[in-house]
Design a protein. Structure first.
Length: 392
């Protein structure tokens, strides 16, 4: 950690060049003694990423940014705030502290937070930044957190862990047993130290696979930001015997979309229908959850087809996802559709359809954009159709 980067003139220089690319900055060379151009470029990259992902960090002066990979792996403020809302108590230990974004918010709900981080430089950076942000109830340990748990007699109200999802060669891994630390291998140790464990994983982890690898999974939170699933949160409660709850959250520019259900719960017989007046597409968090029957049951909508995951109704309802007014419903016959598509500018979505968006755009020469939304899908009669829609 080169503390010369924290000098006021360096901080001012970085803010002045905020719109430059890190490559441009690196090519110019460094105007400061004891600071390399690559170090300046790293700080500029961090500052640029923080502007949207970590606005509290961005607004504060003398923040030190780690390498790009560490920033990519850290929680955003949006997801960190949500995690903190799930927990409170006296003590929390973060076994994979990283840059400390999550701990900044955990510290608001706990009297004491312990930040464990194996990477010495990252531990130092987190300690510096959180001090700059005025946090006083976090202690920092640069050591193996599993070894620390084995040696300590202390118990915690909660253990938080975000296992590293890369192997020795830098490749991504998705099974929990392949991450570092290995949570399934150490699950008994974790439960000896706390009755509550919160685990953050990749959004690509299969829900059934995760439940199979873990124990006592009480809740799975699927967190999306602007319809992009960012992370899965696994809430483990010692000796839990209840069915696993699935909680989906989609943070949008206009508000929060929430939906909940029970994992693998079968509902009463679903209703299917040909397209009515309105069309609904579940948000990405719900799509990840697999709660396709439950969303129809709770919203009193009807599915177009068992595999389409599109829903319809006569009257418009408040649906957690995109909502559309159906303007036209056409059978998919390319010869007759070419006239309808002539000079058309439209947004295309395919669901349970045999051709991709790219193929359809090329085939019908449909330009991207505009106010028209085309859904190429399959109806309950197994007919290929195109729905012409406008956003509600």
């Amino acid at each position: 950690m080169n503390k010369a980067l924290l000098n006021p003139e360096v901080q001012e220089f970085l803010r002045k060049h905020l719109k430059a690319t890190p490559a441009e900055l690196a090519l110019r060379g460094s105007p400061f003694p004891n600071i390399s151009s690559s170090e300046l470029a790293q700080q500029l990259t961090g500052l640029q990423k923080a502007e949207k992902k970590l606005p509290t960090w961005f607004k504060q002066t003398r923040i030190y940014y780690p390498p790009k990979l560490n920033l990519e792996q850290t929680s955003s403020e949006t997801t960190a705030k949500y995690k903190a809302s799930l927990l409170k108590g006296e003590t929390l230990i973060d076994l994979t502290g990283g840059l400390g974004i999550d701990d900044y918010y955990f510290a608001e709900n706990f009297k004491e937070v312990i930040h464990c981080e194996l990477n010495a430089e990252l531990s130092e950076i987190a300690a510096h930044n959180l001090k700059q942000l005025g946090v006083k109830n976090i202690s920092f340990r640069n050591e193996d957190s599993i070894a620390f748990l084995k040696d300590t007699d202390q118990r915690f109200d909660c253990i938080y862990i975000d296992p590293a999802r890369r192997d020795d060669s830098g490749g991504k891994v998705f099974k929990l047993a392949d991450c570092l630390p290995n949570v399934p291998e150490n699950i008994e140790l974790l439960f000896r130290k706390s009755k509550t464990i919160l685990i953050k994983t990749s959004p690509l982890l299969d829900l059934q696979a995760g439940i199979s690898e873990l124990k006592f999974v009480a809740e799975i939170h699927i967190i999306a930001v602007n319809n992009d699933v960012k992370e899965l949160l696994w809430m483990l409660k010692k000796d839990n015997t209840s069915a696993t709850k699935i909680k989906t959250r989609n943070f949008t520019k206009t508000g929060l979309e929430e939906f909940e259900g029970i994992f693998n719960k079968t509902t009463s017989e679903l209703n299917y229908s040909l397209p009515k007046n309105f069309l609904y597409e579940p948000n990405a968090a719900i799509m990840k959850s697999g709660l396709f029957e439950e969303i129809a049951h709770q919203t009193q909508t009807e599915k177009l087809h068992p595999n389409s995951h599109l829903y319809t109704s006569e009257k418009e309802i408040n649906f957690p996802g995109r909502r559309f007014k159906i303007i036209d419903n056409q059978e998919y016959k390319p010869s007759s559709l070419k006239k309808k598509f002539k000079n058309l500018k439209a947004n295309i979505t395919t669901r349970n359809f045999h051709e991709s968006v790219a193929v359809l755009r090329k085939k019908f020469k449909i330009k991207e954009g505009g106010k028209t939304y085309l859904f190429f899908t399959t109806n309950i009669n197994n007919e290929k159709i195109v729905l012409f829609c406008e956003k509600c």
